[in-house]
Design a binder for this molecule. Structure first.
Ligand code: ATP
Length: 384
């Protein structure tokens, strides 16, 4: 309740500052800019770290670049920030090309993994620094710093030096410094990866609330799929210098485009099968042992070989066969508290991971037990 009150106050105080803010479809005030990234190329020698990347980001949107190490996330963020020059393509903010504009004139807020605070300045001085550089008068700057420290719950630490603060507190100071000028765009490069899991989760929520209150456009980089799913309006999944798929967290999780996205985001069971019949977006497939099951597909998929995805929590297990169930044998079973984690080898096929909620009265399966696995067509996705 206290948190909700605090957030309402923050929203009001930030909206007061965001003069001329427009509203988005969800009624949030938006001060953010739209970003257009068009066919951007960046090479290091013969190696293309950004390979013809295009991405449109709406004003006020929270977009995450998600990908494994070396996929080009930081390269793309650095090109947008202006730390590096692109070789080809265009980057535009609200329709105006910025790729020749120096970093400090782009007006973006930035947060990095290493907090990059000035070690010889207090929290207040660190947060006030961008205001001083922008020539904001003292009284206004003091008010803005106090308000920003309040938003980031740092008021009690105003006089401390960075070395007197924990990692999480220092990163909140870095975020406060990045938003003190109320930038239209905030770029965040793995800001939480140096923090432990609990702290990461609580700052994730703070950044999400801050985004809703501030209405800035946020471009966030992470290699942590859970973080991307929790925080983003949309996720751009990257691999080898390219964007493989852009979509909302549910689209990316439920309907990944290919094997790479299916395996990188969430736990996945991939089954090799043959499409034997198509009816609209629903198909009937046959696994290697000849068992039939149904699946959904977005794209036109031809009859023939296909790879399908079933998430572990979508598989139902039963002791008795049912229509379209597939017999399997348990190869591992773990009780994890609220869920059971079971692995079972399908007859003539792959070993599948299953996560099901614990129910009183259901005994934990043992290795070697026979089982029957089933899922609905909507729980099974044919990859293109
Ligand atoms: P991480 O999650 O590990 O930070 P990333 O997805 O952010 O990875 P980038 O830092 O963008 O990846 O790097 C993309 C590729 O470009 C990597 O193979 C990297 O080695 C290469 N690269 C990046 N900077 C340079 C450079 N200055 N000179 C040569 N190669 C570089």
């Amino acid at each position: 309740m206290a948190d909700e009150m605090a957030l309402r106050v923050e929203r009001r105080s930030i909206a007061d500052n965001a003069s001329g803010a427009a509203g988005d479809a969800k009624g949030r005030s938006v001060i953010g800019s739209g970003l257009a990234i068009r066919e951007v190329v960046k090479s290091y020698g013969a190696f293309r770290a950004a390979d013809q990347i295009s991405l449109d980001i709406e004003p006020g949107e929270f977009v995450t670049l998600l990908g494994p190490s070396g996929s080009g996330k930081t390269t793309l963020l650095n090109l947008i920030a202006g730390f590096q020059r692109l070789d080809e393509g265009e980057i535009a903010v609200d329709g105006r090309a910025v790729h020749d504009v120096p970093t400090h004139k782009r007006g973006f807020g930035m947060v990095f993994q290493s907090y990059a605070l000035f070690p010889n300045m207090t929290v207040t001085q660190n947060v006030a620094f961008p205001l001083r550089m922008a020539g904001i008068d003292r009284a206004r700057a003091d008010r803005r710093v106090a308000e920003t420290l309040e938003i980031m719950r740092l008021s009690d630490h105003a006089g401390k030096m960075p070395s007197q603060m924990s990692g999480g507190q220092q990163q909140r100071v870095a975020i406060a410094r990045a938003i003190v000028l109320r930038p239209k765009v905030v770029l965040m490069d793995e800001p939480l990866s140096a923090l432990d899991r609990r702290l990461r989760e609580s700052i994730q929520i703070e950044i999400r609330q801050l985004h809703q209150a501030l209405g800035s456009t946020i471009l966030f980089v992470t290699h942590d799929q859970g973080e991307a799913l929790t925080m983003s309006d949309r996720i751009a999944v990257m691999d080898a210098g390219k964007i493989i798929q852009v979509g909302t967290p549910t689209e990316i999780y439920r309907h990944p485009k290919d094997r790479f996205v299916a395996s990188f985001v969430g736990e996945s069971n991939l089954i090799e099968a043959e499409v034997v019949q198509k009816r609209g977006s629903t198909m009937t497939l046959k696994n290697r042992a000849g068992y039939l099951f149904s699946a959904e597909s977005r794209d036109a998929i031809d009859v023939g070989r296909a790879t399908v995805l079933v998430r572990p929590e979508r598989i139902a297990i039963s002791d008795t066969p049912a229509a379209n169930s597939i017999p399997a044998v348990v190869t591992s079973a773990l009780f994890l508290g609220e869920i059971l984690r079971v692995e079972a080898r399908m007859q003539g096929g792959e070993t599948l991971l299953i996560r099901c909620t614990d129910r009183v009265g259901r005994p934990l399966p043992s290795v070697g037990d026979p089982l029957h696995l089933s899922w609905g067509a909507e729980d099974c996705w044919v990859l293109s």
